[in-house]
Design a protein around this ligand. Sequence first.
Ligand code: ATP
Length: 387
Amino acid sequence: RSGTASANEDINVQIEDVTKVFQNDEGNDIVAVEDLDIDIRRGEFLVFVGPSGCGKTTSLRMVAGLETPTEGKIRIEDEDVTGYDPRERGIAMVFQNYALYPHMTVAENMSFPLRIRNYPSDEIDDRVDEAAELLEIDDLLDRKPSQLSGGQQQRVALGRAIVREPSVFLMDEPLSNLDAKLRVQMRTELNEIHQRVGKTTIYVTHDQAEAMTLGDRVAVLNDGTLQQIGPPQYLYDNPVNRFVAGFIGEPPMNFLPVSIRETNDGYDAVGEFFEFELPRDVVRDIDEWDGSLDHVTLGVRPEDLSNLSVLDHDEYTENSTLDASVKVVEPMGSDKFLTLTSPTDDTTEFSARVSPESTVAPGESISLAANLEKIHLFDERTGENIT
Ligand code: ATP
């Protein structure tokens, strides 16, 4: 498909080359967000994720109109809203402190944004009923917030946003006040609600698991700059750099220093206590790369290391194995999580998720096979993924 006009109809929110600079108390510049450029599609669930201070809240607040970009523009429905008030933007926000009015019933809380905008009362009733049904809180409408569970309160807060029928929902860590179990449950519910409502949603979280399960696309931020944006599984499988590789996935990817050595028919990755023969497509990537072959970091996810003793012989090659000492064993039911060290010195720690049938105990040695099709190589200096 070509032509920007028809393409634009599918775009709901545009963050155009946006930079935000704050001044701290000493008058120094703090670049909170730098050159952020993202088109958000109609109906898309986009998640901003990254560590504390990476700029995700500031990015959301600029879309909301609560911060003004130092440079760049925000467009909603193809209209430049950069100078508009939050109320003029057709957005609704849900924050972590969802602050329901304690003296109002659920119905009164939900109808509040419509009442202050002087909607006719029968339309208010219709919208509240519809949202309550959608959120499955229709039997709670006469209760006060104090008579609700945390999850129910969260749903009322969502309802208060939904009744306004905004074109975009903005959510900043809306689940962070809930306990761990409820968070996971509400995550699934949010997914379901989003599918039913179908509205563009921009969501901020520091929790990569939340980002992975909720996002149609995930935008990973670090230090105010976008590292990578894409569907969660794509980011998991194809991280552009070491930061994204280490941030997405739990337990995180292992990073081990290696140097790349040329062999008769390709390359080996030589580490402190292993030597892997690199697969053909990785060899091609190395040939096209002009960095230093002595300063490379090998990345391998814990689930891509398997216990040799429970593998069939055709599942691995000689040149994909390594020995390690077992430090900690954590049975998780579906698998066992091992904390390992190199056999020679116990300062290099890494981890593996192995089959629950693996019978290993702390202090023992173990032989592992790495799935070399799944490994990554990073430029040690820049962190760039070269595979
Ligand atoms: P968190 O998860 O901790 O909320 P975040 O990723 O949402 O972090 P932001 O709140 O967007 O990060 O902050 C980005 C950077 O901008 C931080 O260095 C922060 O200290 C700074 N910052 C944010 N708001 C202001 C402000 N009003 N004045 C000065 N600096 C600010």
